[in-house]
Write a protein that binds this ligand. Sequence first.
Ligand code: SF4
Ligand code: SF4
Length: 202
Amino acid sequence: MASRIIFSADNFELLARSYPVGFPCLTCSEGCCTDYLIFVTHADVSRIHGAVPELRVLDYLDVSDVAVDDYPEVMLDGRPCRLVLKKEPASGRCVFLASGVNLCAIHAVSPYICRMYPFQVPYDDYQELELRQEVKCPERFLCPRDEIPQLIRTAKAFWERDLPRYAQLVETWHRLQPEGSLASFAEFLLSSSRGGVAAADD
Ligand code: SF4
Ligand code: SF4
């Protein structure tokens, strides 16, 4: 198993000397936007919808049977699943991955998981930015030091605001429409979020 690397204000200079400065996604071919499932909450959906309202949410939302700890399970069309971003069936590419390049078409409003990758901030520990184990990123990946506080704020908003709120919405949904469809759930999330989801960078 890969070693656990932690970026924090105290040790960042040391780590930074080990990694050349540069943002490698432009030339990277590791396929993170193809290989991973991107789980989303109402906050992600609302942010994306606000940026690209011309797209139908069903053009980019899908469900997955894959279980993960943090994102709550929801009953849709009579089966338990989790909300994810849609992938192109043949290639597995996220529908927002611009064709021909490894660039995200919705970078400024991308889901929480994407915003944090390849880092994570564990629940209830808003001091450190960890590099995830077994990341695909080449070793030259570097999070600029001045972005660390912002990423930690983003993580705190996710754990303390967005995830609990999403869990509440899922509970409400189950009471209201236990047999509802993905389309109905997406509309429910958007209508519940209107005016209530803060900007991504809060
Ligand atoms: S939303 Fe953007 S960053 Fe996230 S998987 Fe899709 S293309 Fe990649
Ligand atoms: S996030 Fe990492 S794996 Fe994904 S494109 Fe960028 S450098 Fe490559």
